[in-house]
Design a protein around this ligand. Structure first.
Ligand code: NAD
Length: 364
């Protein structure tokens, strides 16, 4: 089999390997699909075990971004980049400016943003060399921290799931467990408390839990107990894989809807189990798209109010996913993938026709 047919490449449009001897930069940029627009995706710094692991990671993540942006209704494609190494060795101005030049050389096909182990400062260095970077701080004309938008989108998504399950958006009196009180979790707890929900929080960092207990209707449990407490909604907002072989039988909830990425440790297996048990799962990349929706605003002149309005659209997207899942008796994650692929196909075709000069509709 030839290199281009390798299944791992998943039909990526372009994969760029780059190194800069002067700064020690070793980076891979993966552009999965630009049918809907420029490939936006974070730049991650990670000390991978080997280069094959770095390649696998960047390919998987860039494909994920294609689906996420398409489903969120954005005119963006999917991409991602990884810089191989330790932050303490590579997290400096020279390396990130070299990376910025690399991004610039792609002429806007890839747009970088912050991700795991990259900081606003690093993105400012990238910005010294290219305009193709998003999510900068507001004083540089950017949209700043995406977390409040991710949290708001998650809140809206929980309401959509409530409506599907109980026939009403109201969260008044519902018991909702929030796992993880980081950038997203703290804002989510505030929204839920204001909506009259009984919020049970947990975090491995005790000071974060203490802060949250000052908020109305909030109680706490130890990190391991969150899986055993009866609740209406479980909202994972910590790390991935919180729903796994060990925890899935312990959970006593009707809805799983949180901001964390990769919530189900095995999508096919756990997605099917939840479907069979009638537990409604809000697919992670649909419910946590508030951040990317906010960043997208930078492409048209950033406006916070418009971003919040757009994030409300997550409600409709989830309704569509839940309906499709019910109609076809398929896990919600599969329904989300199908809807994303349909949008890419339909709109991507429109764009192609537009580019080739063909008229979409003949003039009457
Ligand atoms: P964060 O690192 O700020 O917060 C994570 C929190 O989870 C921390 O307080 C940590 O102590 C806690 N935690 C870790 N393990 C735990 C455990 N076993 N039990 C309880 N708490 C635990 O991260 P964040 O930015 O708030 O993001 C949360 C999740 O949402 C991540 O999975 C992230 O990938 C995803 N996400 C975030 C955004 C965003 O805008 N920040 C966007 C999309 C997806």
């Amino acid at each position: 089999m030839g290199f281009f047919d390798a299944p791992a490449l998943n039909h990526h449009e372009q994969v760029v390997f780059a190194q800069d001897d002067e700064t020690g930069l070793k980076a891979i940029i993966a552009i999965h699909n630009t049918s809907l627009g420029p490939a936006l995706g974070g730049c991650r710094v990670w000390n991978y075990d080997d280069e094959a692991a770095a390649l696998r990671d960047v390919l998987r993540l860039s494909e994920g971004m294609t689906y996420k942006s398409a489903l969120a209704g954005l005119n963006l494609g999917g991409g991602k980049s990884v810089i191989i190494g330790r932050v303490r060795d590579i997290g400096n101005e020279a390396a990130f400016r070299a990376f910025g030049r690399l991004v610039d050389s792609l002429g806007g096909r890839y747009v970088a943003a912050e991700d795991v182990n990259t900081t606003p400062q690093m993105m400012e260095w990238v910005h010294e060399e290219t305009d193709y970077v998003a999510g900068l701080s507001p004083d540089l004309g950017g949209s700043g921290d995406p977390s409040p938008f991710t949290a708001y989108g998650t809140y809206v998504g929980i309401k959509a799931a409530a409506n599907k399950t109980w026939g009403s958006d109201s969260l008044e009196g519902k018991t909702i467990g929030v796992q993880g009180l980081g950038h997203v979790g703290i804002y989510l707890v505030e929204h839920l408390s204001k909506a009259g929900a009984k919020v049970i929080v947990t975090d491995i960092k005790e000071d974060r839990v203490k802060d949250m207990l000052k908020i109305k209707n909030v109680t706490a449990v130890a990190p391991e107990e969150i899986y055993d407490v009866p609740m209406d909604v479980f909202a994972p907002c910590a790390l991935g894989s919180s729903v796994n072989d060990e925890t899935i039988d312990r959970l006593k909830c009707q809805i799983i809807a949180g901001a964390a990425n990769n919530v189900l440790s095995d999508y096919d297996k756990h997605g099917k189990i939840l479907l069979d048990r009638g537990v409604l799962y809000a697919p992670d990349y649909a419910i946590n798209s508030g951040g990317v929706i906010n960043v997208y605003g930078e492409f048209e002149g950033y406006n916070e109010k418009r971003s919040y309005n757009r994030v409300n659209h997550i409600y409709n997207v989830l309704q569509e996913i839940f309906q499709r899942s019910q109609d076809e008796n398929i896990p919600t994650m599969d329904a989300a993938d199908i809807l994303a692929e349909e949008r890419i196909r339909k709109l991507g075709r429109l764009k192609q026709m537009h580019r080739s000069g063909k008229r979409l509709f003949s003039k009457i």
